[in-house]
Design a protein around this ligand. Sequence first.
Ligand code: BTN
Length: 252
Amino acid sequence: MDRLALLADPAVRSAFGFELGRGLEYHASIASTQDRGRELARSGLAGATLVVADQQTAGHGRGDKTWLSEPGTALLASWIFRPAPAEPALFALLAGVAVARALRTFGVADLGLKWPNDVWLTGGKIAGCLAHGTGSECVIGIGVNVSQRELPREIAETATSLARAGHEVDRLALLARITQELDVVADPAVRDDALAECRRRSITIGREVEVTITEKDRIRGKATGLADDGALLVETPYGQQRVIAGEVRVLG
Ligand code: BTN
């Protein structure tokens, strides 16, 4: 049974937000929780606020990618962290660790992290993380495919869902758990643990990759590690490159 829509009730919402230590906005439908989170952050009025929706009509990922999900099937949320716990690129990586840790508590094992910000389960991408920051705050958006039996044609080959992998997970419980794990990885005192887990779970390190940095800038080589700032280290015929942002294609 999925209980996310209980958040439509102001009393439930306020009690749940109190439990999680932040203000909470719930939308039955919104263009994008990330856009709303950024708008709230810009207003300067929202402290630690969490925006969650049952449906997004214009959800998006990195670059100009869209994030597709049928109403009621995915966990779609954005959290404002003020002050920013890390640079956006690093916090998006750490958020992947938070998602993997949270899912582990629901019995979902064998989760891998594909640099820079995808969470993979055997069979495909199960979640994506997206971070925007201004220096003083960071808005982290996370989408998790939860109950889809069928996925939109555009992503059917690369994505999967918890339901397709045999896991029935309540989005409200998952929201609470991810929030707790985000608070853990946001703490610089335990950053090393989270980074070590990021390296351990990486399905990119050790592989031959092609990284598209910009349309005209593309490198090939072996991904050999992850720097402490989240940069992917790639050994190329021209020496080691540090990649801060880009799209990775695993070649072998
Ligand atoms: C990616 O895979 O590139 C990141 C996907 C992030 C999707 C989430 S869903 C909730 C939040 N709102 C958005 O519009 N995007 C993020």
